[in-house]
Each structure stands twice: as C-alpha cells, then as structure tokens.
Design a protein around this ligand. Structure first.
Ligand code: SF4
Ligand code: SF4
Length: 464
C-alpha cells in the first residue's frame, strides 16, 4: 500500500457546507464535485465527494473556510458533531447572573457660562450624560457636533467613528446600545431618512441610542436652511412597524445641552431610541450655555451583551419570526409607549389668560414669543404654548388652556406637520369642538418670522 493511501481522507458534514467550491478547485484528483441538490436543513447546496482517487493530500481540508465543513478522518473512523453544551458545559455554569450596575453621579465645580453654538451644546450634553461612543456620517448643518466629538472623545477614553454611511451609523449604534452603552449620532434630514430602518430595529430590540437631527430644507437633497420637515418622520414614520420614540424639541442652545442630556436618561429608562430634533438655525445659533453641576459615569445594565462572562447569556434581538411572539413584542412596546406619555413636557408663556394661543417649537417658538409680547403690548391676549416633546404631544398641559381660547395659531417651518400632531392629540383626547386652528408656515429652509406671526394675529383680530 502506498504512503498516500494511509493518510487521512476528507469527510464531509453536508450541514456545514455552504457549497463555495474552494475544495472543488484545489483537488487535482477531481474527487469533489458540485451538485444541484439543496440541503433542506440549511438551504445550501453542498458538494459531494468520490474518494476513489483521493491521495489524502489534505488540500481540500485546508481550503475549506468552514470549521466543520471538511474533516480529516482515518479509515473506518466516524464523526458526530457534539452539542456545544455537552462539550463545554452550560453557558452560565460558572458565571453569576448579571446585575444592574448603577451609574455614578459626579459633582462638577461651578463654571462661567460658555457661549457656543447649538450643535456644540448638544455634544457637551452627551458627554455630561456619560456618552463616550459617537458614530456619524457628515451632513450639514449637523457636522460640527460630530467634529467636536471626534476631537474630544479620543482624549476622554471615548470612541468616535465616521461610519461609511448613515445606514452603517445606525447599526453601529445598534451594537453599542445592545452592549448596554450610551451612543449618539448627529445627522440632518436626508441622513435621518437613511437611518429609519435601523431605528425600527433598535426599537424592536429595545435598545437605547440618541439621534440628534438638525433639520434642513427639503424634500430631497434640499438645502442647508432651517426647517421642521422631519417632524412627521419622528412622530409618525420612525421606520417600519409600530414604532415610536420620545421626540424632544429644543429651542435654545441651552436646551440643546439640557435635552440631549435628558435624552440619554430617557433612552435607558425606556430602552428605546430618543430623538432630539432641532432646526438648522438652532444647530448653528450661538448662545449662552451653562454646564450642569454634575456629570454621569454610566453604569451597565444587566441586559447588555457586554462581551464578558457574566453577560454571555444575554441576547438583544429584533427577530421574532413566529407571528404570536411578534405580536407579544408589539404589545410590550405599546405598553411602553403608554408609559412614555408621562414624559410629555411643554412651556407656557403668557398662556394663563390667553385668548389666542400660538403653538410653536424650536426656533419658530422664539419668533412666536416675540410676537406674543408685541401683541400683548397692543392689548391682545396672546400667549405661547411650546411643546418640548412633540411625541408624546403634551396634551394634558394644553387641555386646561382650551376653555378661554378663541383661536389657536400653529407657527411652523413645515406643511402642517406640527399642526397635525396637535390635531391628532386633541382628537385622541376626545376634543370634538376645539377652537379654530389657523397657521403661519414657511417651507424649504425658511423660518416663519415674528412680523409674519404678528400680521397673522392682527388679521384674525381684524386690526390689520
Ligand atoms: S485530500 Fe486531496 S485528493 Fe483527497 S479530496 Fe482532498 S484535495 Fe482531493
Ligand atoms: S470548501 Fe468547505 S464549504 Fe466550501 S464547498 Fe468545500 S466543503 Fe463546502
């Protein structure tokens, strides 16, 4: 018998063969061939062996990328794949159950206010909340926030990654949130559109993450002017399925910091993404910003897939192929969305005795506040209602104001997107005869101006 015939020959485990053909191409004896037969267990088409001419050279075994595809077997030897639990023991045999490790609040010395732009303020808010993982793809007018993070994070034992796209960005955040770590991205309108599918996955898998959207004029590529045209995406179209996320609407650089900080708290409290939506003007606007008197060193939730022994039994997944299981996950999310309603926030300005109520968010709320003041000076009872959360809409804060109102005027930089949230909230609250609702709107990267709001209200009052 020749020496070649004594060498071990390959043995194929068809369930682990993906039919890549590498072994077919390296075998000079022609012992391995493609087939047409699909393996019903794997959906793959494994190769087939005819070892009559096999020399036992082993090239096919070395070429096979699958650890269990081709194995070397002595003549007469047999092989059966072992259950990993039998080979290595139960997954948690030596590890304690993971527990929640609480975050640590670190007091900060008092400091003078900074004068910084909105995107920088949001970045500082994230850092103070303990975020050390930021992913992003540059897009004006949000890029400065990511730029600042790219400079600061390496010095803070943190990590900034410019992803290959917005689609990649959201899945980096999925991984980070899945590990139980706070993560952030800065984006702008077309970028948010690309992230929606991944946000839906994060909601389904119950993963935290904060998305800062500096809205710009659209639709399409649009321009870099300030806009509010993404409100419907955040409130009604956050990816496929029954998705919702708390959506915060800052109106000053200070709120860019404060609400970004809050977003991390809410994101972990509810295990859900949180949106911070600002118009492009607010992202670029410079203002006085006071730092909080403390910062957070994040803990680690028990559910995180952190990559250590304690957490190795965890799984955060959005895959529920069985319809009944998927329905159960939906019901769990609906329950969570109900709880999120308690987070609704609003600011009222001169609203207690108002007969005409302006409703506005972001920078248009500043113009509206100025308009309300001017109209008060002219003797008109005008106030401002500013939703700080556009979802959930702060309807409980609005309801007490309704009996005195003769008109509601929604001021926004989009076509009825904020107005529709208001109308829907009124309808869900059972308000069948709300005061007449009119609006002041601009589009395409232009914000409504104070004098436009004043003129609109004067028209309503018949004083034009
Ligand atoms: S061991 Fe060598 S001869 Fe035998 S099937 Fe593999 S590549 Fe072909
Ligand atoms: S190299 Fe491995 S996986 Fe690829 S066809 Fe051959 S046995 Fe299958």
């Amino acid at each position: 018998m020749s020496q070649a015939n004594t060498r071990p020959k390959p043995f194929l485990l068809p369930d682990y063969c993906k039919g890549c053909g590498r072994c077919v191409h390296v075998c000079v004896q022609g012992c391995i061939s493609f087939t047409q037969e699909i393996n019903p267990l794997t959906g793959m088409v494994p190769v087939t062996l005819d070892l009559a001419k096999c020399t036992g050279c082993g090239l096919c075994i070395e070429a096979c990328p699958e650890p269990y595809g081709l194995k070397a077997m002595e003549a007469g030897e047999s092989f059966e794949l072992q259950d990993p639990a039998t080979l290595f023991g139960a997954r948690r045999s030596t590890a304690p159950e993971p527990v929640d490790i609480p975050g640590r609040v670190i007091p900060m010395p008092s400091s003078e206010p900074l004068v910084i732009k909105g995107t920088y303020a949001a970045a500082l808010g994230a850092l103070m909340a303990g975020c050390r993982h930021v992913f992003g793809y540059p897009i004006t007018p949000s890029t400065e926030g990511a730029e600042l993070m790219a400079k600061l994070l390496p010095k803070m034992d943190g990590f900034y990654l410019q992803a290959v796209s917005e689609v990649a960005t959201v899945y980096h955040m999925y991984g980070c949130g899945g590990a139980g770590l706070p993560s952030l991205t800065f984006t702008s309108s077309p970028g948010l559109s690309l992230m929606l599918e991944g946000i839906s996955y994060m909601i389904a898998a119950e993963l935290p993450g904060v998305f800062i959207d500096i809205m710009r004029g659209g639709p399409g590529l649009g321009n870099i002017g300030p806009d509010q045209g993404d409100v419907k995406l955040a409130c009604r179209g956050l990816g496929h399925g029954n998705t919702h996320a708390i959506t915060l609407m800052p109106s000053t650089p200070q709120e860019m910091l404060d609400l970004t900080y809050l977003a991390f708290e809410l994101s972990f409290k509810y295990r859900n993404p949180v949106m911070v939506m600002a118009d492009g003007y607010l992202g670029q606007m410079t203002g006085k910003v006071k730092l909080p008197d403390h910062m957070v060193e994040p803990g680690l939730p028990a559910w995180g897939v952190y990559g250590d022994l304690n957490h190795r039994g965890n799984l955060n997944s959005s895959v529920f192929l069985d319809e009944a299981t998927m329905e159960t996950r939906n019901l769990k999310l609906f329950d969570k969305y109900e709880q999120m309603k308690s987070e609704a926030r609003a600011e009222c300005f001169q609203a207690e005795d108002a007969e005409i109520l302006l409703v506005a968010c972001n920078t248009p709320s500043r113009a509206s506040k100025g308009a309300a003041q001017k109209l008060r000076e002219q003797g008109a009872r005008v106030g401002l209602f500013r939703p700080i959360t556009i979802w959930p809409f702060p309807i409980e804060q609005l309801l007490p104001l309704l009996p005195r109102l003769k008109q509601i005027v929604v001021v926004e930089a989009s076509k009825n997107q904020i107005e529709d949230e208001l109308r829907l909230a009124l309808s869900h609250a059972g308000i069948t005869d709300p005061p007449p609702i009119t609006h002041v709107q601009r589009y395409g990267g232009i914000l409504p101006k104070e004098n436009e709001v004043v003129a609109h209200v004067q028209n309503l009052l018949g004083r034009a």
